[in-house]
Write a protein that binds this ligand. Structure first.
Ligand code: NDP
Length: 241
């Protein structure tokens, strides 16, 4: 029987590409989303991948959502923590709400999701956790103190948990995408994108969601069993750490 993979924020953008690539690689995939029903329905109809709605910033919602996925599809063996949001503002204008929302989704979401699947992975002595962090968690980005802090936190989470999972054949890795052509990046004004962001990317273009998806498929595979606690940068040469 093929393995079960759950992708948070899996109905559009990078997450949708990840869900499709894992499905093509033979996994039984479930895609979670937060509330964009139109996109989720269209994605589900187009791909045949079942979609499940819950908010990763709620521990209780994650627990109930994963119960549903496991009941309908099977125990989660591959978890891709991809769901993420931005609430950008310069720090002096950043509200506590902007800070809290980003930390709750982009950092606490990893705890909420992973905690619920962890014991099952330990019992079965197999698991793959892939966390989608960001180049801006590595280098910091003005206007994104909240996002950079959460995404840097994702890397600490990955490194610490990898040490706990290693003896049980559970790998925990992070991918740090650079700027990828999704709605999140298209929300950046075109002038900023063309004059400030793309000139900083040595390959001279935005990345494609499928380029991140292929990294996830590799990290989820048996071939990647010796890789854990690592951070894979996929950023067109923009930043090395
Ligand atoms: P999009 O905004 O295109 O999609 C975000 C996805 O996450 C949607 O499916 C959305 O659901 C879901 N989501 C958001 N909040 C929640 C929540 N609280 N609970 C459940 N699902 C949620 O994002 P991208 O594809 O651009 O980004 C995906 C990940 O990659 C994020 O973690 C992002 O930070 C990271 N990243 C993106 C980069 C980029 O250049 N695009 C660069 C570096 C990192 P719904 O459709 O219902 O709203």
């Amino acid at each position: 029987m093929s393995r079960v993979a759950l992708v948070t924020g899996g109905t559009r953008g990078i997450g949708a590409a990840i869900a499709v690539a894992l499905s093509a690689a033979g996994y039984r995939v479930a895609a979670n989303y937060a509330g964009n029903e139109e996109k989720a329905r269209a994605f589900g109809e187009e791909t045949g991948i079942p979609v499940f709605k819950w908010d990763v910033s709620s521990y209780q919602a994650c627990s109930q959502g994963i119960d549903q996925v496991e009941g309908e599809i099977g125990p989660v063996e591959v978890l891709v923590n991809n769901a993420g949001i931005t609430r950008d503002a310069m720090f002096h204008k950043m509200t506590p709400e902007q800070w809290n929302e980003v930390i709750a989704t982009n950092l606490s979401g990893l705890f909420n999701m992973t905690h619920r699947v962890w014991n099952g992975m330990r019992e079965r002595s197999f698991g793959r956790i892939v966390n989608i962090s960001s180049i801006n968690g590595q280098k910091g980005q003005m206007g994104q103190v909240n996002y950079s802090a959460a995404k840097a936190g994702d890397l600490g989470f990955t490194k610490a948990l990898a040490q706990e999972g290693a003896a049980r054949n559970i790998t925990v890795n992070a991918i740090c995408p650079g700027y990828i052509a999704t709605e999140m990046v298209r929300a950046i004004p075109e002038k900023v994108l063309n004059e400030k962001i793309i000139p900083q990317i040595p390959v001279g273009r935005l990345g494609e969601p499928e380029e991140i998806a292929r990294c996830v498929v590799f990290l989820a595979s048996d071939d990647a069993g010796f890789i854990t606690g690592s951070t894979l940068a996929a950023n067109g040469g923009q930043y090395f750490q």
